[in-house]
Write a protein that binds this ligand. Structure first.
Ligand SMILES: [Zn+2]
Length: 225
């Protein structure tokens, strides 16, 4: 039995070799290849340090964590995950988010993970929902349940195409808490791919808190510097 399992593992290794999540180089172990590990260094944020909220929209969100700056090969990996049909990259990227959260010792224990609702048109175009994939991968790593506690009330233009002020007004009232998910007294970790002006996470945190959540932190793969 042991032997069969080992043979199976070996076959998997040969048929589906582990690859560097940042450049697809075939690896014998998990994590980035040596070249990408070196290239990632300038894009790595201090492990466990929250993203500075000053200058961002942060009236409702309590703190935000992200392992990378949205630059260089970290940014490329996110773009590949989002736009180049590589949803499985959510797994290694979420593992890096989990590391950043574990390194933050001031973090409270969370009750559930909530993915930021994706823009419907994006989800349709891609066939997968990036924040949801990230939330499930992160939930696996942190052993926390995932609940789709928020829904979009209307379609909104993509945030990336808008400037700061327009981003906030674009989102006002765009999210609503789902009444079937109990949020009273809950400590929630909101999951998204990129933290930019903070408007999206803050609008989500506003709705979650209005529905009874006592704490809303953010977990993203990367933050704009
Ligand atoms: Zn690589």
């Amino acid at each position: 039995m042991m032997r069969a399992a080992r043979v199976l593992a070996l076959c998997q290794e040969v048929l589906f070799p582990r690859r560097c999540p940042f450049c697809d180089e075939v690896l014998g172990f998990s994590g980035p290849c040596a070249a990408c590990a070196e290239g990632l260094r300038p894009t790595q944020r201090v492990p466990g340090a929250p993203v500075p909220l000053l200058g961002r929209e942060a009236r409702y969100v309590d703190c935000v964590y992200a392992p990378y700056f949205y630059e260089g090969i970290a940014r490329n990996a996110i773009l590949r995950m989002k736009f180049y049909d590589r949803p499985e990259l959510a797994e290694p990227l979420a593992a890096d988010v989990a590391e950043a959260l574990r390194a933050a010792d001031a973090l409270p224990p969370f009750d559930l993970l909530v993915p930021v609702p994706a823009v419907e048109a994006e989800r349709r175009g891609r066939g997968y929902d990036v924040p949801k994939r990230l939330a499930h991968a992160l939930g696996g790593a942190l052993e926390l349940p995932v609940a789709r506690a928020l829904r979009k009330t209307r379609e909104t233009p993509r945030q990336a195409q808008l400037s700061g002020k327009a981003r906030r007004s674009n989102l006002r009232g765009a999210f609503a808490a789902r009444p079937e998910v109990p949020l009273s007294g809950k400590r929630v970790l909101l999951v998204d791919d990129v933290y930019t002006t903070g408007a999206t996470l803050d609008e989500c945190a506003k709705e979650l808190k209005a529905a009874g959540a006592v704490l809303c932190a953010g977990a993203c793969v990367a933050a704009v510097r």
